[in-house]
Ligand binder design. Structure first.
Ligand SMILES: Nc1ncnc2c1ncn2[C@@H]1O[C@H](COP(=O)(O)OP(=O)(O)OP(=O)(O)O)[C@@H](O)[C@H]1O
Ligand SMILES: [Mg+2]
Length: 308
């Protein structure tokens, strides 16, 4: 079983219209709602490859039920904690002139009792999970040290944790030495408070994190590619040239692919190749966290891994 943790999920609503006029009645031509949040994306991708997944985190209200119904429909087990409040809905308004207006909701505030309920479900999930994937931001009411606590609890039970977050939660989480992290280059620079100018420098920074106790460090660089450092080697692969139409969840694709490689027992080179292929394939469709498998298979054949 793979357990995903999304403490701050969201419904992503995309609306299109000819022209958005502030202060006027605006009629949308098309509206699409999808279940979002990084851990939800990982759940979606792992289900596309038929891996057994259980999703944990906080949901609230109508939006929360929408996300749970969707996850159940794709065969994911749901053990969410329902909070007193409404899960965020993030609205993107796409206007005919090409402009995008984002309306972001604050999301619910989690109470102590709700946090304890989640922790109970988490401890239970640890009993049969091979891997825990923790992704995204932390909602109000939950301490910024939560990821470090979750990592320590998992380690006590011998369960591996993959962590994909940014800012303070990443800084705090790293202190507990997760099994794997996947910052993008920007997130790593913010963590180290330093600009990373070259691949050699990136290799040095990632290797230091490995030596500090994080077994697997993947640093993504958008369409520049992906670096992978572990105890044995540091590898790099350029991203293949694709017609990118939506790069949302490319990072989540890397995390999902890593988890699948971990379970299959792929070696480092294979692991990196698959992650680069799957994430590039994700960028070729308008839907986020939807992997066109045939494209991923074709891209896999052309990806070259170099040892650096
Ligand atoms: N335009 C692109 N073309 C091909 N591959 C891409 C492209 N954008 C991203 N990728 C692949 O996806 C990986 C992850 O992308 P990126 O570094 O943007 O992650 P991220 O910033 O964490 O994204 P997010 O958090 O939104 O999922 C990259 O390392 C690369 O392999
Ligand atoms: Mg990311």
């Amino acid at each position: 079983m793979i357990t995903t943790i999304t403490l701050n999920p969201a419904v992503d609503k995309t609306c299109t219209l000819k022209e958005l006029i502030p202060g006027a009645v605006n009629r949308m031509e098309d509206v699409k709602n999808i279940a979002g949040g990084k851990g939800i994306n990982v759940t979606k991708i792992l289900r596309q490859y038929d891996y057994p997944v259980r999703a944990l985190g906080f949901l609230g209200g109508y939006n929360g039920r929408f996300i749970e119904d969707y996850l159940k429909s794709i065969g994911a087990e749901c053990c969410f904690t329902y909070v007193n409040g409404e899960t965020r809905c993030n609205t993107n308004v796409l206007s005919g002139d090409g402009s995008v207006t984002e309306l972001l909701e604050p999301g619910p505030i989690v109470s102590k009792e709700e946090l304890n309920d989640f922790l109970g479900k988490y401890e239970e999930a640890l009993t049969d999970s091979e891997v825990i994937v923790i992704s995204g931001s932390i909602p109000e009411g939950v301490p910024v040290t939560i990821y470090a606590d979750l990592i320590r609890l998992a380690k006590e039970k011998g369960v591996k944790v993959c962590l994909d977050t940014s800012g303070e939660p990443l800084k705090e989480g790293i202190a507990a030495n997760p099994f794997m992290i996947k910052p993008n280059k920007r997130e790593l620079e913010a963590l180290l408070n330093e600009k990373i100018e070259t691949l050699a420098m990136l290799k040095d920074k990632a290797s230091k994190l490995v030596r500090a106790g994080i077994d697997h460090v993947l640093v993504s660089m958008g369409n520049d590619g992906l670096l992978y450092a572990n105890k044995k080697q540091v590898l790099f692969a350029k991203a293949p040239n694709v017609q990118a139409v939506n790069t949302v969840a490319c990072g989540d694709s890397v995390v999902s692919s890593f988890v699948m490689s971990l379970i299959r027992g792929d070696d480092g080179e294979e692991c990196l190749k698959k992650a680069v292929a799957i994430s590039a394939a994700n960028a070729t469709t308008f839907d986020s966290a939807v992997i066109p498998k045939e494209t991923a298979g074709q891209l896999y054949e052309v990806i070259e891994v170099q040892s650096i």
